[in-house]
Design a binder for this molecule. Sequence first.
Ligand code: SF4
Ligand code: SF4
Length: 395
Amino acid sequence: MAHMKYKKIDKTGDELSILGYGCMRYPHKNGRINFEETEKQIRIAIDNGVNYFDTAYIYPQSEEVLGKILSEGYREKVKIATKTHISKIKSMERLKKVFQRQLKRLQTDYIDYYLLHDITLEDWGKFKEIGILTFIEKEKKKNRIKNFGFSFHGNINNFKKILDDYDDWDMTLIQYNYIDENYQVGEEGLEYASSKNVGIMIMEPLRGGMLINKLSKESKKLIKNFPIKRSPAEWALKWLWNDERIDVVISGMSSQEDIMENIAIASEVEPNSLNEDEFELINKLRNNFKNNVAVDCTGCGYCLPCPYGVDIPLSFSYYNDKIIFKRGVYYSVFYLLKTTENKSYASVCAKCGVCESKCPQNIPIMKELDNVNSNLETWYYKLLYKIFKFVQRVR
Ligand code: SF4
Ligand code: SF4
């Protein structure tokens, strides 16, 4: 059996598994969370040493499902990190209510890591006005919140300002992977957080699966021909765990195979172990990815729901597939098959702009949907789609 590695977080004193479980992408069946499968997977993770679980108030049903699964003897084996989002908090009263609800959903008396969710500098100001710091102090005294932090997708300057503005941050959660070394807070933010001695948790280590699913043929060939045989996920995770400033890498695992693969990788990584040739390979993969991918969408779904029904992440996923894998007909027709019935294709976008401010990757969604429209919704793809549907009907 693989043996999980742990890291002691200086600031909090906790020994955390270097692999954390992201509860944003539970397995689904018929459009709903598949509870039985989720339960199996979470138990497998815990039984194999994963002890850090990351959820949020606004992830649909994520806290409830986690709470129910942990309630049967697993709560004390793990640390729970959950988050509160400014869109749900307009006053101290509301903050308290949301927190109570989170305890109830998670079936626990305390939260190990309480985070302000995806804050901007402006949100931080609003949280302070509401009295977040007094609230945290009180809850820490009551032992209902053990540690306090924030997750962040903004730029490095604002990240530094938020870190500098409060002396008692325990941790931070940032997006980082080999594509994003210089994006959002990037390596500079990692170094800054490390100099402040706060716990550093990483999200999007595989960029929402893109570093597996959206690798070009050329990248796959580079990986295949490299003398050391590793999967795309292993390369991405090893690159992160090579960096000893990182404490926990949170992966949104949604199959038993993903979990076991990640646990096996986490069990044998060593910091500072990659050599020059291995870094060179990662550089090539990074360049290939940047040259090939059309839209940097991680599929997080924060931009949803669109009031007009556009399936934004799906649109970008098919658009990327078409560009990366150079199979225009195949991906365009499948895109139309997925979106025509409920009219969720890109051309439905009414340019209301609601989605753009919610995107942590700052994607110019409206402009990119225009590109999806002109690339995947052309008259000949629509004609092919109709022919395909007709053949399906008469068969
Ligand atoms: S801009 Fe377009 S995609 Fe975005 S929310 Fe409005 S209609 Fe939907
Ligand atoms: S467009 Fe932005 S918010 Fe929407 S799924 Fe993609 S990365 Fe997430």
